[in-house]
Design a protein around this ligand. Sequence first.
Ligand SMILES: Cc1cc2nc3c(=O)[nH]c(=O)nc-3n(C[C@H](O)[C@H](O)[C@H](O)COP(=O)(O)O)c2cc1C
Length: 386
Amino acid sequence: MVNNLMSKFPRIEDLEKVASKKIPPFIHAYLDAGTGSGITMARNRNALDEITFTPELMHGHFSPNLECKILGQSYALPFGVAPIGLSSMIWPLSEHYLAEMAVRVKIPYALSTVAGASIEDIGEKSKGYGWFQLYAPRNRDITLSLLDRAENANMRVLVVTGDVPAPSRREEMRKAGAPIGSTNASRITPKMLFQILQHPKWALAALGLKGRLQFKNMERYAPKNTAESVSNFIAGQLHGSLSWNYLEEIRGHWNGCLLLKGVLRPSDALRAIDTGVDGIIVSNHGGRQFDANPASISVLRAIRQAVGPDFPIVFDSGIRSGLDILRALALGADFVLVGRPFLYGIAAIGKEGGGHVVDILRDEISNALVQMGAKNIAELRQRLNN
Ligand SMILES: Cc1cc2nc3c(=O)[nH]c(=O)nc-3n(C[C@H](O)[C@H](O)[C@H](O)COP(=O)(O)O)c2cc1C
């Protein structure tokens, strides 16, 4: 089975192609698209491709040790699963599948505030490998409740996302028929229904969604018996509320490790350190928020220089291979998060898809290190050209 999968899907792009056929177009647009004309997404890809390494000859064959320690915890590999909101809309039960897979292979799984599965369910499944991503609600009582729930569920790391001051325009989703900007954004439109019926496997798996989006972490806070839909309530709570003072408040309430996600400027990285965070995630949200952003990889080196050699930096945006992970590690990241590929895997293969993504990335990392004769990160950095 494993060899079979590797012959059929040896790269992430092979999963991506199949995934695009298995899910309805409005869902695919949610998963796949960037924002605007997709320039930032393309910029992420192009900038990663520009980073080259020159191998050093005749180090022989060796098996690289890929274990990695960050924020006081050891992981089997230098990457984890990025938070993806509404993963269970992309493929039902994705959050459960990915959390179980992460424990099995000993990597972190980050659950989104706007997940379709609850902090409690995923915390229990994660057995210490769970991270919780927070979009800070406007209402402080909701924030405190979410932080308590994350702590009680043994979520080890809190990821506070700072780069969503407002929703992005989601042009591709609009074109695909999703009711963006409607007063009831969680309803199923006739165009969506038509697409759903053309994807029977997805529809069958999705029966659990009961014809509407589920926000298991947030819907309990929505006022009952008002005309306002749950999705509007949530959008009103989560967009644009975070400030540096608010981040400091969150820091004061959260005893575990805290990462600020969405950093692209050295000055913001330094301010985050002053605010007491334990690390930052250099990210442009995978090109989903602002179409004039620099490629995240192109700002990584300057941010590393600004924060010094020892401050934890996690990197994401556009990682599609083990080689990309090595590119980020070579330019100063300590750890990497991978977003869309895990959902491509599940949409293409089902429950085992996340594990296959890990198999691909692990194999690619090991192979690339041997090809360039680099046994560790220090040697990897010596092979870097740019
Ligand atoms: C469908 C989708 C939903 C996302 N939802 C969230 C979210 O809820 N919270 C968050 O901090 N980031 C979210 N992100 C951004 C990812 O965490 C990550 O930054 C990005 O996907 C990395 O780029 P990649 O997909 O190219 O690996 C989302 C990304 C995608 C593709």
